[in-house]
Design a protein around this ligand. Sequence first.
Ligand code: IPM
Ligand code: MG
Length: 351
Amino acid sequence: MKINIALLAGDGIGPEIIDQAVKVCDVVAKKYKHTINWIPALTGAAAIDAVGEPYPDSTHAVCEAADAVLFGAIRHPRFDNDPSAKVRPEQGLLKMRQKLGLFANVRPTFTFPSLIDKSPLKRERIEGTDLIILRELTGGVYFGERGRKNGGDTAFDTMTYTRSEIQRLAKKGFELAMTRSKKLCCVDKANVLESSRLWRETVQAMEKDYPEVTVTYEFVDAVAMRLVQWPNTYDVMITANLFGDILTDEASVISGSMGLMPSASVGEKNRLYEPIHGSYPQAAGKDIANPLATVLSAAMLFEDFNLTKEAKNIRDVVNKSLAAGIVTEDLAEKDKSYKTSEVGDWLAANI
Ligand code: IPM
Ligand code: MG
């Protein structure tokens, strides 16, 4: 198979972790006789510096034309404490999601046998955790009307959802549930928010089309609590953009390190794969960041192209590296850590 992949390294540790994923993918491609054509393009602060905007049209054209996008991270601290900045790297990420129509963000959370005791949560709480948060990604409060009034002293952001936006996300949730344990949890705040009531109404109306799926409805504040108490009772969860943003960061600690969790963002036509962690600016250029979330995101990419053996090979070698202690400092015992690039080399050599 020939796959064209747009390569958006972005900011901070982005370029370092992306390099490792590319190494691994190239070896996998060679082993299974595929050709990957990488097409690098600018995004984030790097793109602001080069061309004045974080998701330039030229980058969009590359992403649109490719079969998939592999993305590193976006964010630069120099914009964080400058509320007056006219352009921000994060705007590039949002624009990219919207322009590519990536309405469903698939964020799995699972545990690794050799890392169970690295999690801040007790073994018996997390063992067997294998859940997927399906986060709506191109609507809600991230994209609703916002602004200032009363001479700037009042600010507002609105959470707006249409029935069709909810339906297309929920459809993916039901379909995913059908391939797993047939359990779907709709996470909302329907006791307070009108948009959440529309979520509930819409999902309830869809239940009859998926009679085998058991649907539960839970409030997001309660889920925030239960997710760390009993994560292994959840399977597929669907939720709005902001709720999903918060819950997926929370869920990432279950595995033991934020540097481990991959994600896919999909729409009708385009697909993008990225680690769920950010650009970790303090570590940029130091060759210390954990590349596994990006490598596992590449495994999700192969999986989506029905290249199941290839995806499994990547996941197996990642598990092997964890078991062998070939890990970056976030996971290593004292003085036993490996560099980002060394982990990448080891993975590539062991595919
Ligand atoms: C994420 C990030 C982004 C988001 C930021 C960087 C805009 O936190 O992908 O979860 O809020 O969606
Ligand atoms: Mg986030």
